[in-house]
Design a protein around this ligand. Sequence first.
Ligand code: TYC
Length: 102
Amino acid sequence: MANDTDIKPRAKTVPKVARPPLHKVILVNDDFTPRDFVVRVLKAEFRIPEDQAHRIMITAHTKGSCVVAVFTREIAETKAKRAVDMARGEGFPLLFTTEPEE
Ligand code: TYC
């Protein structure tokens, strides 16, 4: 039964779960790294299947760069660094950069 002591419920609070901002890993073209090696790095470090890795490599080769994938900042930076280290180990100038997604 309604009376003067009824407590008015507050407006429901919607719990906000903030999503971490994502960062792109970008593959940059160069004139020296062999195509096969670029594909091998994409497969090994980013777990990208052969056909997709080949398409990403060709896009970077023809357009100058290509987004490989997006991750949280730390994962993007770690993967980019490991991929670059893999290339340096073989003496290739291959470059992966990271940047925040719009
Ligand atoms: N341009 C290189 C070649 O012709 C291949 C290549 C593709 C290198 C993509 C880097 O991000 C790259 N051997």
